[in-house]
Design a protein around this ligand. Structure first.
Ligand SMILES: [Zn+2]
Length: 257
């Protein structure tokens, strides 16, 4: 699991780069109509290495560019492995932490024999689940429902704000939440924006970035230079936001909702 581009790229042939006694595989994504663009190397949070290159770049140029970034790529791959090692399965007991809008909250499970209906509330830095005979499964279900409610609310507000800023969205487009294994968001050919409820764990800025990415697809369906131009225009700092979101992916998605 774990990918994490808002949208997935197409499959491309795999190449190998060696550095010292190590090697890594990467895929090349050729960008059309972008003869002036430079070759960019990305490490996705699932460890996949992707190289974006203008369509007039030769394989030799691309390989040289990847070689120059090899040390950086391997460092990223090591970091990913390190982070994955730390992701432990959740027990759904008091003391575990939960993320919401980029901040950590301590989970507090309170067994209350008097309370039939399980509640989940954010109170003074704690995510408090309260109810009768709370098993880990019941606690998990309550937290999951809470995240979905928060996601509906937060995404609606952020979508309205973002749609307001963009000249091509006259009103908030139709949207819904859907749990996706490999994407934060998506946009259907009919123009329906799909958002992963896990995204509500990330900071607001990251949510805005994913929403903006999908709303830009209403104007430009592909990841063309024009598409990235729109992102640059409406969120000039989007690359940094995306990078930080990608770095935290295991943390955000690791604790399965
Ligand atoms: Zn996309």
């Amino acid at each position: 699991m774990t990918a994490v581009n808002p949208c997935q790229g197409e499959r491309a042939p795999v190449h190998i780069t060696r550095y010292g006694d190590r090697e890594f595989r990467y895929q090349i994504q050729y960008l059309s109509n972008s003869s002036r663009a430079s070759i960019k190397v990305h490490v996705h949070p699932n460890g996949q290495v992707q190289v974006d290159a203008p369509d007039n770049a030769s394989l030799q140029e691309i390989k040289a560019a990847v070689q120059r970034r090899a040390r950086w790529v391997l460092k990223h791959l090591d970091d990913i492995e390190e982070r994955n090692r730390d992701v432990l399965p959740r027990q759904w007991v008091s003391g575990e932490s939960q993320l919401y809008l980029g901040r950590r909250y301590v989970l507090k499970v309170i067994n209350d024999p008097e309370q039939r209906k399980v509640t989940c509330k954010l109170i003074r830095g704690q995510l408090r689940v309260q109810g009768k005979a709370l098993s880990p499964e019941r606690t998990q279900r309550a937290v999951r429902e809470w995240y979905r409610d928060r996601a509906r609310d937060v995404f609606q507000r952020r979508l309205e704000l973002m749609a307001d800023k963009l000249p091509w969205t006259k009103a908030t487009p139709p949207w819904r939440i859907i749990e996706m294994q490999t994407q934060w968001g998506s946009c259907t050919p009919e123009g329906v924006v799909l958002l992963n409820p896990h995204l509500v764990k990330a900071p607001t800025k990251a949510i805005d970035y994913v929403i903006l990415h999908e709303l830009c697809h209403l104007e430009e369906h592909n990841h063309s230079p024009h598409f990235y131009g729109l992102l640059d225009r409406f969120m000039p700092e989007w690359r940094g936001v995306k990078e930080r979101l990608d770095l935290r992916v295991e943390e955000v998605l690791g604790g399965r909702l």
